[in-house]
Design a protein around this ligand. Structure first.
Ligand code: GUN
Ligand code: FE
Length: 432
């Protein structure tokens, strides 16, 4: 292996919602450490002069391609790949009719492993190199993900102890045993994953909170995705001891010790004032999944559109996720495009591609707690990068927003995003 790799390309280095370095005639310098490459330098082409005489240098030419950091998906269900192509309906009906029967198939370990292998290929193919992931109720769905996925993944088995079909339910004891066993095995990479409060009882959720404190991992669940889900969850808990007076969905999780800065709640479309206050107070993050929430005609569940401006006004942390299989495609590029287009449609100009890229890379890295090592090309970070399909950019293109606009304009159908990734480097090695 070469000590140095020099990659020519059009570099996009996200910094914040509004700022992304764009170096049109750029170069990235990777340096090999003990077993992986890190970003040693980047800049304009003249930087080549400083490195071209290095012994053991490999030059890779992607001059006509945008190069972005490895994409991170803040919310996806790897066991729902086959659900993506099934009919969409409102959330609760869709879970009952399509999602839960599909997840039940993962009871078979052999099937589970072969699906994980296939899904791992899909992630790489689409430039996703990490994220927060839901398995099924079965422990081997977590084992298989850790075994096959290449990247920075945080995975949990969904906990389902009530209001679930008999073919996809566990006892409290089984759920607690899995929490203990898998958190001890995967430590910080294990995610305590109550599916959502309607299907996970308070005792198991409280045990999850204890387990998370011990293993210092993440917690993930769903929150305020649809209105009838909120009505349902409140009606369930108001009949349970200690919850008679709950006034918000978030308060149920809060009373079980599940909110905090290591917690990622999916969706949060219909947050009440009290929800918002609790999320803010506890510094809980939201995973916004625009393709999943999009109208049924656009292959989503039609849940609504997350109000990111309101969230930001309340200083909530949030990032983007695909929510496979309610979201129809693995591609985070598709998610970014949907975020921009849905918001532009309602006149929300703050929803730029630059913002979408930041919320699919560096911001997600921050929420996952891995931004010291990944999320953008800051020096010393691991060399995780995605080379996009070649693109001719005219001389007038000077900003990240213009460049990204050109890239997305050139994609004619959503299915094309999968082919819009040319090469993927993980820790400096091509894995695509
Ligand atoms: N709420 C509870 N389970 C799920 C799920 O699998 N997908 C989505 N989108 N919402 C959920
Ligand atoms: Fe989800």
């Amino acid at each position: 292996m070469h000590k140095w790799i020099l990659i020519k390309g059009m570099i996009l280095n996200p910094q914040s919602d509004k700022s992304c370095e764009f170096i049109k005639e750029g170069v990235l310098i990777l340096k090999k450490g003990k077993d992986k490459y890190t970003i040693a330098d980047y800049g304009r082409r003249s930087l080549i002069n400083d490195y071209e005489k290095k012994r053991s240098l490999k030059v890779v030419d992607h001059s006509d391609s945008l190069i972005i950091p490895g994409l991170l998906d803040l919310h996806f269900h790897w066991v729902q790949k086959d659900v993506t192509s099934m009919p969409k309906d409102n959330l609760l009906k869709w879970l009952e009719n399509f999602t839960w029967p599909t997840e039940a198939n993962f009871k078979d370990k052999k099937y589970c492993n072969s699906e994980a292998k296939e899904f791992s290929y899909e992630l790489i193919r689409n430039g996703t190199l990490g994220g927060a992931c839901y398995g099924s109720i079965h422990s081997h769905s977590v084992d298989a993900a850790f075994k096959y996925f290449k990247g920075d993944y945080f995975v949990g088995n969904v906990l389902m102890t009530m209001n679930s079909p008999e073919y996809l339910i566990q006892t409290q004891k089984q759920a607690k045993t899995l929490l203990d066993k898998l958190s001890a095995k995967y430590k910080k990479n294990y995610v305590v994953t109550p599916r959502f409060a309607p299907t996970t009882d308070e005792e198991v959720m409280r045990h999850g909170s204890k387990v998370q404190k011990k293993c210092k991992g993440l917690i993930q669940s769903h929150l305020c995705e649809t209105k009838n889900e909120i009505d349902w969850v409140l009606s369930i808990y108001r009949e349970r001891k200690g919850f008679e007076d709950v006034t918000s969905y978030s308060d149920i999780y809060h009373r079980c010790g599940l909110l905090g800065e290591k917690t990622i709640m999916g969706h949060g479309i219909y947050l009440s004032k009290e929800d918002m206050q609790l999320l803010k107070k506890t510094n809980t993050a939201i995973a916004h999944c625009p393709t999943s929430n999009a109208p049924v005609k656009d292959k989503g569940l039609g849940s609504g559109l997350f109000d990111f401006k309101q969230a930001e006004k309340n200083k909530l942390r949030w990032g983007l996720g695909s929510d496979i299989g309610a979201g129809p495609f693995v591609s985070m590029l598709d998610v970014m495009d949907s975020f921009v287009k849905q918001n532009k449609k309602i006149g929300n100009k703050a929803a730029t591609y630059t913002k979408a890229l930041y919320r699919s890379t560096l911001k997600n890295a921050e929420i996952l707690g891995i931004d010291q090592n990944t999320g953008n090309f800051d020096l010393g970070k691991r060399a995780n990068l995605v080379v996009l399909k070649p693109l001719k950019l005219s001389a007038s293109i000077k900003t990240s927003e213009q460049a990204l606009n050109e890239f997305f304009k050139a994609i004619k159908s959503r299915e094309e995003f999968r082919q819009a990734v040319t090469e993927v480097f993980y820790e400096g090695q091509v894995i695509s």
